[in-house]
Ligand binder design. Structure first.
Ligand SMILES: Cc1cc2nc3c(=O)[nH]c(=O)nc-3n(C[C@H](O)[C@H](O)[C@H](O)COP(=O)(O)OP(=O)(O)OC[C@H]3O[C@@H](n4cnc5c(N)ncnc54)[C@H](O)[C@@H]3O)c2cc1C
Length: 391
């Protein structure tokens, strides 16, 4: 049995940010951070971007605040909220005064099994893909969302063959307006990516050293390995054991507390209320992991602050890149204010005359202005938004 004032389950960006947050408020309380990974906390975004463009691997490691004991390669398997203790998979129990669940998410898997599929999430996944590309290889990327689009670009930039299998009608189709999503398909093709859009996967079999992938159009696509970017499922098992309320993630209040005394949650796993959008969100992005993790740590250590941050997110796709804030849902009404079509501009997402989200396409330094616009009551029209946030 170990005893710590603070126990953090999950050694991702959120867990590490929480340890930092605790230390800002409490300079000496003992912190235990338990991670099922074998590595100290690191930044995930470079795994699909910077590391493929020459950024050094040393740059991804995050500082660990003093007085934090890190237990690696240990999974917390039980949570007893009455006794205020968690137990890991080696049978050791850890007592806490306050607990943070920063358990993130697990990649969704395909029904077909193969050890040639990488469900891309961790540093080990990066290392495996990187090693596989040391010699010529053909990589199938399954999914055209954030991870799929970024990995396809990263692999192609290593001068390796990439074939994308995307069930939706374009790239980033759930987020971008249809014309931008279609433009991206052409852009990826120009970069030498083979794209199969509107084609789902129906089967997969090993054929010698290769994979044969069958699609909904009856096509068969061969590749040396596949990378799947199918989204994540929030890791809520522990919370469930303890009677913590779950609804698309772990439900937290404005102080990031769950409904069970002494238990907090933050990051990809947490479902929180955002006042600017007047809705509950579960956000799977870096700014939220860092900001909410830190806020949760501060709250655990007694700071009485509300988490009302509207997180931004970003991505890089070859030479294109963007930052975005708010509700980016391609089903909303959109107004695209291009400086140069599909290359540089601002896209506004609207609902009932209010701006719900802003996509800053190759447009930088406008995140705070976008947040302010979302907070304004409006009503807004395409006319009144033209030139509002200059590209
Ligand atoms: C490849 C990649 C690229 C990304 N790029 C961007 C980007 O460009 N921009 C952006 O905004 N966001 C990006 N993101 C998203 C961002 O990295 C995530 O939102 C963030 O990492 C979430 O952090 P987290 O700590 O909440 O969850 P996770 O990263 O999922 O970490 C949770 C940790 O908890 C551990 N764990 C879970 N259960 C247990 C348990 N029971 N016991 C012990 N340990 C446990 C897991 O092993 C994991 O280490 C990217 C993500 C990935 C994977």
């Amino acid at each position: 049995m170990t005893r710590h004032k603070y126990v953090i389950v999950g050694g991702g960006m959120t867990g590490d940010a929480a340890a930092q947050g605790i230390r800002e408020v409490d300079s000496s309380g003992a912190i235990l951070l338990v991670s099922s990974e074998t590595h100290n906390p690191y930044n995930r975004p470079p795994l699909s971007k910077g590391l493929w463009k020459g950024e050094s691997e040393e740059s991804i490691w995050r500082p660990i605040p003093k007085g934090t004991e890190v237990l690696l390669d240990r999974r917390i398997v039980t949570l007893d909220a009455k006794r205020k203790q968690v137990t890991d998979d080696k049978g050791t129990s850890h007592e806490y005064e306050t607990l943070l669940l920063a358990t993130g998410g697990t990649p969704r898997r395909l029904p077909m099994q193969s050890d040639r599929i990488i469900y891309y999430r961790t540093y080990d996944d990066y290392r495996r893909l990187h090693q596989s590309l040391a010699r010529p290889a053909r990589v199938a990327v399954i999914g055209g969302g954030f991870i799929g689009s970024e990995i396809a670009a990263a692999v192609r930039m290593q001068d390796r063959e990439v074939v994308m299998i995307v069930p939706e009608q374009g790239l980033g189709a759930r987020v971008f307006p249809a014309d931008l999503s279609a433009f991206l398909v052409g852009y990826y093709k120009e970069k030498g990516v083979e794209t199969h859009i509107g084609e789902g996967m129906t089967g997969l079999e090993a054929r010698g050293n290769q994979l044969a992938i069958k699609t909904t159009t009856g096509r068969e696509i061969t590749a040396d390995l596949a990378v799947a970017g199918l989204g994540i499922v929030p890791n809520t098992d522990l919370a469930q054991q303890a009677g913590v309320k779950i609804d698309n993630g772990i439900v937290v209040d404005e102080h990031l507390r769950t409904n069970v005394a002494g238990i907090f949650a933050a990051g990809d796993v947490a479902n929180f209320y955002n006042p600017a959008l007047d809705m509950r969100l579960r956000v799977e992005h870096e700014d939220n992991a860092n900001t909410m993790g830190r806020a949760a740590g501060r709250a655990m250590a007694g700071a009485n602050e509300r988490y009302d941050h509207l997180p931004f997110f970003y991505s890089d796709l070859f030479e294109l890149g963007y930052e975005a804030v708010g509700e980016l849902d391609s089903r909303l009404e959109t107004f695209s204010d291009w400086k140069q079509p599909f290359r540089e501009g601002v896209i506004y997402y609207l609902k009932s005359g209010r701006v719900r989200g802003v996509l800053l396409w190759n447009t930088w330094g406008q995140v705070d202005a976008a947040r302010a616009l979302i907070a304004e009551p409006g009503p807004f029209t395409a006319q009144s938004l033209k030139g509002r946030l200059p590209a």
